[in-house]
Ligand binder design. Structure first.
Ligand SMILES: [Cu+2]
Length: 67
């Protein structure tokens, strides 16, 4: 597993960050995810490829702006 950091767009509050954290952590191939609203970042320890993570983030209602 590697840890990757993504910039997340579309979060309006800590609740958004928490819900995205929960969505990501529910996936069996994500070892740990930490989303920080103030930094607009998601730190994800995973073996999943970036496109898959991008899709998960979009399905949760947010976007990855850079990685
Ligand atoms: Cu919110």
């Amino acid at each position: 597993m590697t840890t990757k950091t993504f910039k997340i767009d579309g979060m309006g509050c800590d609740g958004c960050a928490n819900s995205l954290t929960n969505v990501l952590n529910a996936h069996e191939s994500i070892n740990q995810a930490k989303v920080t609203f103030s930094d607009k970042t998601a730190e994800i320890e995973t073996s999943l490829d970036d496109n898959f993570i991008k899709k998960m983030v979009e399905e949760a209602g947010f976007q990855i702006s850079e990685q």
